[in-house]
Ligand binder design. Structure first.
Ligand SMILES: Nc1ncnc2c1ncn2[C@@H]1O[C@H](COP(=O)(O)OP(=O)(O)OP(=O)(O)O)[C@@H](O)[C@H]1O
Ligand SMILES: [Mg+2]
Length: 160
């Protein structure tokens, strides 16, 4: 695992853009399923800010707001990347199996056209697969956030 410190929200957004670039790959690999980024960390740790940065890097104009009350929001992607849709899920208030069915997680998670960001992935047994990119966010002080990511993610030098 490696750690990245960001010192302002826009740095977290920039990190997100780099990670999207990393996930995009060289376009030659087979994609039989969705791409999932699981965002762990406390309230206010910067997970939604990260999704906002990812969305901006994909040319999504809509403002990303926390989907807490609707659980899931979808944004079409209009640029030439492996995905057609960004899916933003906030599982914080997901409380029952019934709600789980209402977002149809299995269908979303199996569609290779989806790039899925999920906050609070540990909630109610959504069954976020091991293959997801798991990132952990932590507030260090008012402006600083620590993001823990696997070594397999390559980032430009100034980020490490
Ligand atoms: N380095 C930083 N990176 C990201 N956000 C920061 C940073 N420094 C300060 N912040 C502030 O921290 C807050 C992060 O809020 P955000 O909604 O992204 O948290 P969250 O992890 O999604 O929380 P929740 O679990 O409640 O959804 C924002 O108000 C943002 O301005
Ligand atoms: Mg959030």
């Amino acid at each position: 695992m490696k750690e990245v410190l960001t010192r302002a929200p826009n740095e977290t957004e920039r990190l997100a853009a780099h990670i999207v670039f990393h996930l995009k790959g060289d376009g030659r690999e087979e994609r039989g399923t969705s791409t999932i980024v699981a965002l762990q960390g406390n309230l206010g740790a910067g997970k939604t800010v990260f999704v906002k940065g990812a969305a901006e890097s994909l040319g999504i104009d809509d403002t990303i707001t926390s989907p807490t009350f609707v659980i899931v929001k979808m944004y079409p992607i209009g640029i030439d990347v492996p995905w057609k849709q960004l899916v933003h899920i906030d599982a914080y208030r997901l409380e029952s199996e019934k709600e789980l069915n209402s977002i149809d997680w299995k269908t979303l998670a199996s569609d290779p056209k989806n790039l899925i960001f999920i906050e609070w992935p540990e909630q109610v047994g959504l069954g976020v697969p091991e293959r997801a990119l798991w990132l952990e966010f932590e507030a260090v002080d008012e402006d600083t956030r620590k993001i823990v990511l696997p070594d397999t993610v390559s980032l430009p030098e100034h980020f490490v």
